[in-house]
Design a protein around this ligand. Structure first.
Ligand code: GLP
Length: 264
């Protein structure tokens, strides 16, 4: 796991955007796994800016991590709506290659199976963007999610429902269930890129990076991934025991190559 601690929140966001832009520039037909949540809003603002500066999204294929069960794509709190408003509208992304699970599918589990099969059919995800919940969830894989899980329906914890209440009119509107890529679906991506900012994420970040690999902290499964990059601001990195070590390896969150350090 590569842990990059940037000097501040804005720099952490910019670093993540830079990695995504580099991916799409080098491989315009990349398959991107995309995330939602407040943390990603400024990342998508950077991508829209990059698009205005000439970056084309026309050939990408995308798969979002999750969607609330019961919400149709035009519901303002749906992740379909979030992605259109915050990233895709006004870009040249091809709507036919943008994928999110349908929250309003008559049979949500069948929809989850169809979604998983679609990811496989395009050859898997090149770069999976991730946020982290305060309880260590990734996607909507709540604590005790099987580390071997694939896309399926999950019951949301009350903590997660309350954390997302701000996107709904009132508590009763916050869905109880979501369709989410499973932990194993996420681990199948060729590169996982997780962004966490703010003190509220510090405990979850510690569990993910330094805790035991455990279904109790689903993000800790990333320790098993051969190419996982975790980008943090100082607040989110606050509880890390080996923080100085991560700083030493990647000062200021920049990658340093072993070969450069040991020249001559
Ligand atoms: C939701 C999403 C996650 C996201 C998490 C954190 O639960 N399903 O993908 O990582 O929220 O959201 P925020 O960035 O708003 O803290």
């Amino acid at each position: 796991m590569k842990v990059l601690i940037l000097p501040d929140r804005a720099a952490a966001i910019a670093r993540v955007a830079e990695i995504i832009v580099a991916q799409v520039s080098c491989a315009p037909a990349s398959v991107l796994g995309l995330a939602t949540g407040g943390t990603m809003l400024p990342v998508y603002a950077h991508l829209r800016e990059a698009h205005r500066g000439g970056l084309s999204l026309a050939r990408i294929t995308s798969f979002n991590l999750d969607e609330y069960v019961g919400l149709p794509p035009d519901h303002p709190a749906s992740y379909h709506c979030y992605m259109r408003e915050n990233l895709f509208d006004g870009t040249d992304a091809d709507a036919a290659r943008i994928h999110l699970p349908r929250g309003d599918a008559p049979d949500p589990q069948q929809e989850a199976d169809r979604y998983e099969a679609k990811i496989e059919a395009v050859g898997g995800i090149d770069l999976q963007l991730l946020g982290i919940g305060r309880n260590g969830h990734i996607g909507f894989n709540e604590p005790t999610s099987s580390l071997g899980s694939r896309t399926r329906v999950k019951t949301l914890t009350e903590d997660t429902r309350m954390a997302n209440l701000r996107f709904f009119d009132d508590e009763a509107q916050v869905p109880q269930f979501a369709i989410t890529m499973g932990i194993q679906t996420i681990l199948s991506a060729r590169h996982c890129l997780l962004l966490a900012t703010g003190r509220k994420k510090a405990a979850a970040v510690r569990g993910m990076v330094e805790g035991p690999v455990s279904a109790f902290c689903p993000a800790s499964a990333l320790q098993m991934h051969p190419r996982a990059t975790v980008v943090l601001d100082p607040d989110a990195a606050e509880a890390l025991t080996l923080r100085n070590y991560y700083d030493h390896i990647h000062p200021g969150g920049r990658s340093r190559l072993y070969s450069e350090l040991h020249r001559g």
